[in-house]
Each structure stands twice: as structure tokens, then as C-alpha cells.
Design a binder for this molecule. Structure first.
Ligand code: DQA
Length: 177
């Protein structure tokens, strides 16, 4: 007879074993974080607008917060619109939410907008700068229309606020029966 045991999922110890015990397993939410074009240059890029924090440090802070909150993160950066579309398409069924800074594609990309709409994952849009205080062309977001919400203007902290917002959304949204 198989014995019930305890195994780690995303750092959390949860029971595993025969089916009658499996139902107690707490599913760990997985969140995909996408950084758009030029965000790989954070730290040296337009520091008066974006600050001096490097993308690797933003990612490190996000991972610490994710671990504290008991969620799993996958983080990707791409300068290519098509690659971002592919990553969003592949997220379907693998992740429960999407946290995205689409960077310049925010203001131009119907393809990204359609990808987010197609997979139907709850999406939180983040920006380091306050896009509504900047040039007129930055004041429209194609992604906002298909997102749960947007965090804009808090520098690197926008990402942490965005991650907490995504987790809050997952934990409070009505369950499908
Ligand atoms: C940005 C704002 C965009 O307008 C810009 O193109 C970026 C970064 C931000 O995080 O503030 O690359 O998304």
C-alpha cells in the first residue's frame, strides 16, 4: 500500500500520496514575468527616467517576494515582439497570471494585445516611469485594455506592486465551479 508522504512544491511542504490524499495538495500559482525591449539595458539606460537599478536586481527582488508569497516565477526578457508573442502564447495552461512590462510595445503593439487577449490569463501591466506624465505617444497602452490593471510610475517598485496585485487577484477572484 502506498504511503502518504510529504514533498516540496515551490518550497512549500505539502502532502502527496494516494488520490484521496492528493486532493489536499495546495496548487502553487505560477506567474510569468515578461520584460520587453531595452529593459535589458536598465541600470545604464536613461537613468534620469528609469533610475540606476539593473534588470537582474529587479528580478532578484521579485524572486524574493515570490518565495515569500509562495508563488513560482518564470522571468523572461526579449527585445523582439514576435518572441514576446510566442512566450505569451506558450504561457496558456502553464501559468496562472502574467506580469508584463511591454516597454515601447505598450504603445504600438496590437500583436501583443491580441496575444494577451487570446490566452485569457489575468495580466498586470507595469511601468517603471509614469507613462501618463511623459510624451503624448506614451499615454496610450494597447495592453491596458486587456489587463486586470496597471502599475506605473514607482520605479523598480512598480514590479513588486504589480506582482502583489497579480497574487491578490489570483487569491480573491471567484473560483470556477
Ligand atoms: C516603460 C515606459 C515605455 O514608454 C518605454 O518605452 C519603456 C519603459 C517603463 O517601464 O516606464 O521602455 O515601459
Amino acid at each position: 500500500m502506498a504511503a502518504a508522504g510529504f514533498g516540496g512544491i515551490g518550497g512549500t511542504t505539502v502532502p502527496h500520496g494516494p488520490p484521496q490524499i492528493e486532493r489536499y495538495r495546495k496548487a502553487v500559482d505560477r506567474i510569468l514575468v515578461l520584460h520587453g525591449p531595452n529593459l535589458n539595458l536598465l541600470g545604464t539606460r536613461e537613468t534620469s527616467v528609469y533610475g540606476t537599478i539593473a534588470l537582474s536586481e529587479i528580478d532578484r527582488q521579485l524572486k524574493i517576494l515570490a518565495e515569500k508569497e509562495g508563488v513560482e516565477l518564470t522571468i523572461e526578457q526579449s527585445n523582439s515582439e514576435g518572441e514576446l508573442v510566442n512566450l505569451i502564447q506558450k504561457a496558456s495552461g502553464r501559468y496562472q497570471a502574467l506580469l508584463i512590462n511591454p516597454a515601447a510595445y505598450t504603445h504600438t503593439s496590437i500583436a501583443l494585445r491580441d496575444a494577451v487577449a487570446s490566452v485569457g490569463l489575468p495580466t498586470v501591466e507595469v511601468h517603471l516611469s509614469n507613462i501618463y506624465q511623459r510624451e503624448a505617444f506614451r499615454r496610450h497602452s494597447y495592453i491596458a485594455e486587456v489587463s486586470v490593471g496597471q502599475v506605473s510610475g514607482f520605479g523598480a517598485y512598480s514590479y513588486q506592486l504589480g506582482l502583489l496585485a497579480a497574487i491578490h487577484h489570483l487569491r480573491t477572484k471567484p473560483q470556477k465551479t
